[in-house]
Design a protein around this ligand. Structure first.
Ligand code: BT5
Length: 320
């Protein structure tokens, strides 16, 4: 199922939610307050129930909101509005399931689009790898138009990692170059930035996957974890989305205002990689060395013997 919500347009189900959050209300009162028919109210309430809102209907008294799902199109829209990232997000495409939110975003390719899915059947990582995307995780892609040269785009991946790390500061999340967020050395989030649109002013799709309440597949257990596993409880995905978008818009604003150095410094502070021996595999060669810093364009600086090598992409491992 797909739901489209435009943040600058009113949506009846969202309006009704707001009313129900104030307390029990009759169908008639809702209809009068919002200037719609009672049938329209009833239909919107049925839709809300379908998305997991528990709403009690009592004769005469009316509708009472009993519980709210941790993610739904409406929770996503409210999270976007609360996150202050509304300059970046204009439209939400919410899927109960899709192949890949990056793929969906790539097909639409409109600045201001946020694609989010409860589950992905073909979630993807870099270099053709897979991203396991069971129900309970957070999987979303944002289309932005940074107006920056292509060479600056790795900075978007790095700042996205910083934003997730800040949002997950309650579990002491750290960054592994170039696109991983770790908790106690295990991957909890991956970022996949892709490019489309015009060459001189490319649109960028920032895809973020965070393991929240989803199970981590058995074969990844040694190197991956989820927030539920770390904290021992289920977390509200809309809240994590809100925090991440809030931090993203803050750091993205810094980048657009020429303050890359501030982001770079924050990356260093949150880094798990600096000071570690790393292996970076490229298609035709492999580097092994001590990670000492990221350079001015976001590349990793590896000290190999008495030489410093710069790497800009590749598969990265820590040496045992
Ligand atoms: C990434 O790739 O880490 C980028 C992942 C981006 C996923 C998001 S979800 C929303 C959006 N839509 C998409 O289709 N993608 C984005 P990479 O660095 O290549 O890491 C992939 C590797 O991480 C895999 O080869 C596995 O070893 C591991 N992995 C796969 N699923 C994982 C998971 N759920 N949690 C932790 N590690 C995982």
């Amino acid at each position: 199922m797909k739901i489209v919500l435009k943040l600058d347009e009113k949506d009846l189900a969202m309006e009704i939610l707001k009313v129900l959050r104030e307390g029990e209300t009759s169908g008639e009162e809702i209809a009068n307050r919002l200037g719609v028919s009672r049938t329209a109210v009833w239909k919107a309430i049925s839709k809300l129930k379908k998305f997991g809102y528990e709403i009690e209907t009592r004769k005469k008294a009316g509708y009472r909101l009993i519980s709210t799902p941790d993610l739904s199109p409406y929770e996503v829209a409210e999270a976007c509005l609360r996150s202050c990232a509304t300059e970046l997000i204009k439209e939400i495409h919410y899927y109960t399931e899709t192949d890949s939110t990056n793929q969906r975003a790539k097909e639409e390719m409109r600045e201001g689009l946020l694609v989010i899915a409860e589950k992905q059947s073909a979630g993807r990582g870099r270099l053709g790898r897979e991203w396991s995307s069971e129900e309970g995780g957070l999987y979303f892609s944002l289309v932005i138009l940074p107006g920056l040269p292509i060479d600056d785009l790795p900075k978007i991946t790095l700042l996205s990692g910083v934003a997730v790390c800040e949002a997950l500061s309650f579990v002491n999340a750290k960054l592994k170059w170039p696109n991983d967020v770790l908790i106690d050395g295990k991957k909890v989030c991956g970022v996949l930035s892709e490019i489309g649109g015009e060459v001189d002013s490319p649109l960028v799709i920032v895809g973020i996957g965070i393991n929240v309440n989803n199970p981590v597949p058995e074969e990844l257990k040694e190197k991956a974890t989820s927030l539920k596993e770390v904290t021992g409880k289920e977390l509200n995905r809309a809240e994590i989305l809100e925090k991440t978008l809030h931090e993203f818009s803050k750091y993205y604003g810094l980048l657009l205002n020429g303050k890359w150095e501030e982001i770079r410094q924050r990356w260093r502070e949150l880094s798990d990689s600096i000071g570690k021996e790393m292996v970076v595999k490229l298609a035709n060669r492999e580097y092994r060395g001590l990670a000492i810093d990221i350079d001015e364009s976001g590349g990793l600086l590896l000290k190999i013997g008495d030489k410093i090598e710069r790497v800009y992409s590749g598969e990265c491992f820590y040496m045992e």
